[in-house]
Design a protein. Structure first.
Length: 134
């Protein structure tokens, strides 16, 4: 049949060249990296300033108050990490949209994965310190 001959003559698949990705995405990733560095510094300061864990300290004692302050500082630092993780989620959606549009997003996706792993590691460390103080 003639239609089968036409189909047989067409290439099986067309290769589409990847399109460049909007430089604004890279700029946003750089901003998130800077924010994460700041959050990491805040977490480190909270860890440095926190008194030695004293979960068994008598309620109302100086050791108990210092312990509670340490927990508060660590929770605040952890919240900063969560906020940055939200930003990474929004960026990941934009990178996925660029990929659907034919953009070459492999490097951006890898950067986001690295940032998310770094956040997860920092948040887990912060949680471990919080748990020591409870």
């Amino acid at each position: 049949r003639p239609i089968e001959k036409i189909a047989a003559q067409e290439p099986a698949s067309a290769t589409v060249a990847a399109q460049p990705v909007d430089p604004a995405l890279s700029a946003r990733i750089m901003a998130v990296q800077a924010a994460l560095t700041g959050a990491e510094n805040t977490l480190q300061q909270a860890l440095t300033a926190a008194a030695a864990p004293a979960p068994a300290a008598e309620r109302g004692s100086e050791a108990w108050v210092a312990n509670q302050q340490g927990i508060s500082d660590l929770v605040r630092a952890q919240a900063g990490l969560r906020s940055i993780d939200d930003d990474i989620g929004a960026l990941a959606a934009d990178v996925a949209q660029a990929r659907v549009g034919g953009g070459d997003t492999a490097a951006l996706g890898a950067q986001l994965a690295t940032l998310r792993q770094r956040i997860n590691d920092l948040a887990a460390g912060a949680q471990a310190e919080i748990d020591k103080r409870r």
